[in-house]
Ligand binder design. Structure first.
Ligand SMILES: Cc1ncc(COP(=O)(O)O)c(C=O)c1O
Length: 388
């Protein structure tokens, strides 16, 4: 059976070139870069090259720091909690975020609330957009940090981060963006975005899992989160994940080279699937903003067709997609993000996310198009109590 992977917002295939370097630095050049013998020294030129490539992908300036982390979860936790800790005892105790952030931001703020922080969760419009004026209105003298994601993982909506960062700068408030779903999908220029901090993760752009980073604008260094050795200029202790960093570097260079392809070809295939669904399968609804959206993401609700059941049937046909919902305890919860956008609870249970990558082929999309109407028809017949 064919296997078609349309869940690239969850994770991506490691690119062949990144996988090759990863293997090399796991088993041949396995030295610790802090060591002063040839095994350690051997790793340093490639490490430097990888960091350069990562700087280039996000357009960081030489004076900025890029802290290598275990991924975006760590980067998001680091920036939010470090700023909270740094402001203990001061009157800066207010934080602003949106109600559609990834759990690594959203739940971190919920935790800070338990520790006494005041957090404003700004409501996004139904298409996932947030208006910069909402930020301006929510800022207070006590605001320490504004954290708004660059692009949403479930619906792909691209948020107006440059405008938000500009408002923050004007009010001397720190700005962070979780750009995990942006890198490799559209150009990201940390300097032009104007943020102080930006999180990312390699496994979302065909790099390895367990590696990512936090961009830190010049002059905005944070207290270390992990104490220990002097790695990463003492900003993050721990033996460097050399294979991961080098693999991420290769993936970063490829992602930068592939941006035009992403904007044209990946988008064309996504649009082909989207247009087919919306024009040929009745009672289907697009979630997210049709225009301001990552080129690979399609979130669509099929009326009277339960999302989990649809995923199961797609999987039976070899197609991997996602609902974006999580199994919370024994109850199947619908997506927090879709509910936050005011999408009817029943309909949010019927949403499915297809996320493409540069490895998605036209033949794969044609195959999905050929089987999807039959699957939906069958599931709708079951849900209406009929039989096939
Ligand atoms: C928007 C966003 N932020 C953060 C994360 C967490 O990234 P990581 O898996 O690198 O910890 C993800 C991954 O699902 C994400 O999509």
């Amino acid at each position: 059976m064919k296997r078609i992977y349309l869940d690239n917002n969850a994770t991506t295939m490691v690119s062949p070139a990144a996988a090759k370097e990863l293997a090399k630095y796991q088993s041949i050049h396995y030295g610790n870069p802090s060591s002063l013998h040839s095994f350690g020294l051997d790793t340093r030129p490639e490490l430097r090259k990888a960091l350069d490539r990562i700087y280039r992908l996000i357009n960081a300036a030489d004076e900025d720091d890029v802290l290598i982390t275990s991924g975006a979860t760590e980067a998001n936790n680091h920036v939010i909690k470090s700023i909270f800790l740094a402001n203990q005892g001061s009157r800066k105790n207010h934080y602003i975020t949106s109600n559609i952030e990834h759990p690594t931001v959203y739940n971190t703020f919920q935790y800070l609330e338990k520790l006494g922080a005041e957090v404003t969760y700004l409501p996004c419009a139904k298409n996932g957009l947030l208006y910069p004026e909402q930020i301006a209105a929510a800022l207070k003298d006590s605001t320490a940090l504004v954290s708004i994601m660059a692009a949403n993982n479930e619906i792909g909506t691209i948020l107006p981060v440059p405008e938000i960062a500009k408002i923050c700068r004007g009010r001397k408030v720190l700005a962070h963006t979780d750009a995990t779903q942006a890198l490799g999908k559209f150009p990201v220029n940390a300097r032009e975005l104007g943020v102080d901090y930006l999180s990312f993760s390699a496994h979302k752009f065909h790099g390895p899992k367990g590696i990512g980073g936090l961009y830190i604008r010049q002059g905005k260094r944070l207290e270390p989160f992990f104490h220990g050795g002097e790695q990463m200029a003492s900003l993050r202790a721990g033996t460097l994940n050399v294979p991961g960093i080098i693999g991420m570097g290769v993936a970063a260079a490829e992602a930068l080279d592939g941006l035009d392809y992403e904007a044209a070809e990946v988008k064309r295939l996504r649009d082909k699937l989207e247009n087919f669904i919306l024009q040929n399968i009745p009672d289907t609804f697009l979630n997210g903003d049709k225009q301001r959206r990552t080129p690979n993401t399609l979130n669509v609700a099929f009326q009277d067709c339960e999302g989990e059941a649809l995923l199961w049937d797609l999987n039976e046909h070899g197609i991997a997609a996602s609902t974006g919902s999580a199994c919370a305890s024994e109850e199947l919860e619908s997506s927090r993000v879709l509910r936050a956008l005011g999408i009817d609870k029943a309909l949010s249970h019927m949403a499915v996310r297809f996320s493409l990558s540069r490895y998605t082929t036209e033949a794969e999309i044609d195959y999905v198009i050929s089987v999807l109407p039959g699957i939906i028809k069958r599931l709708r017949a079951i849900s209406s109590g009929g039989s096939m």
